[in-house]
Design a protein around this ligand. Structure first.
Ligand code: PEP
Ligand code: MN
Length: 343
């Protein structure tokens, strides 16, 4: 951390800053700029977390150099993490696919969707039992009944189950029925929820917040990891921008950024990322080429009848076509030893 002093900072101001730094058990080094003095701080800056340095007399601003997240950072964990979800490995070089309806609507709908996604090659069945809907009048999910259908679908197909948990109170129930807990975009900075899923004992899929920076997203992962759960997988699902043609702007550059900054696996959700089923295929292909560790896609037996997110849901036929392409791209990259990212 550097503390940049005002042009007119006095010798006493600088002495005060040094005293605070040394008082926290850190080292201070004063550097002479052409107009201003800069105080370098050496040591763990967390010790200064409660000191309002920027408010001290003579201080222009403080500038962070090292990252605020550690456990999620590649600096502290250079090797890629491979997350094992009930025997399925995420991040080992073979992309995983999580597919299924936006919401669990009925037993029949879910079982049909499960067969469809299994047949074309998914490893995970997705489907919301607790739905974070923008409108309180929209379908809110089947809750516990939906969780039971998901667990039954797992028994029938052998697929792993990933489903969203929206409240601290529901964690215990979701843990009972799911293999992986999803934290949705709207809850990415629900710190109470993050801390609790950090203690739940099951892997967590952490979606990027609607308007979250990569730094905020990795800090959210840090909350879960710091609470004792190292099994976090990130999911890029698009962010809010000024573009209105698509539901969100899918930030595929986040795949490369996260691979550089973090050891955690990252998957991409082109369904919520675009909001349009026609765009799911090209963005799914691009995500795999960019080095994503997997995909999350919405698939419905009959998207026109879906209770939520029909316009972005793939039909069984379209899903099978996307999967054929994904498998070919991934096999080609493996055979030709193509890696998108030199970490
Ligand atoms: C979902 O995956 O069901 C979902 C609600 O997505 P997001 O949190 O990314 O909006
Ligand atoms: Mn959805």
């Amino acid at each position: 951390m550097f503390i940049i002093m005002n042009v007119d900072a006095t010798a006493e101001d600088i002495q005060e800053v040094i005293a605070v730094i040394e008082g926290a058990g850190l080292q201070a080094k004063v550097m002479e700029g052409s107009q201003q003095k800069i105080v370098g701080v050496i040591g763990d800056k967390a010790r200064l977390a409660t000191v309002p340095i920027d408010a001290m007399d003579g201080v222009e601003k403080s500038v962070e150099i090292s990252k605020s997240y550690k456990l999620a950072s590649r600096e502290f964990h250079p090797q890629n993490s491979v997350i094992d979800v009930a025997g399925v490995k995420i991040g080992d070089g073979t992309p995983v696919v999580m597919a299924g309806p936006c919401a669990v609507e009925s037993k029949e709908q879910l079982f049909e969707a499960a067969e469809i996604v299994k047949k074309a090659g998914a490893q995970f069945l997705r489907g919301g039992a607790y739905k974070p809907r923008t409108s309180p009048y929209a379908f809110q999910g089947l809750e516990i009944e939906g969780l039971k259908y998901l667990a039954e679908a797992r028994e029938r197909t052998g697929l792993r189950v990933v489903t969203e948990v929206t409240t601290v109170e529901a964690i215990e129930r979701v843990v009972e029925y799911a293999d992986m807990l999803q934290i949705g975009a709207r809850n990415m900075q629900n710190f109470g929820l993050l801390k609790e899923v950090g203690k739940c004992g099951k892997p967590v899929l952490l979606k990027r917040g609607l308007a979250a920076t990569i730094d905020e997203w990795l800090n959210a992962a840090e909350y879960i990891m710091n609470a004792g759960n190292p099994n976090v997988v990130l999911c890029e699902r698009g962010i809010r921008t000024y573009e209105t043609y698509t539901r969100n702007t899918l930030d595929l550059s986040a795949v490369a950024a996260v691979k550089h900054l973090s050891h955690l696996p990252i998957i991409v959700d082109p369904s919520h990322g675009t909001g349009k089923w026609r765009m799911v295929k090209p963005m799914a292909f691009a995500a795999i080429a960019a080095g994503a560790d997997g995909l999350m896609m919405e698939v419905h037996p009959n998207p026109a009848k879906a209770l939520s997110d029909g316009p972005q849901s793939l039909t069984p036929e379209n899903y099978a076509e996307v999967m054929r392409g994904v498998q070919k791209i991934s096999a080609f990259m493996k055979a030709e030893n193509i890696h998108s990212m030199d970490i």
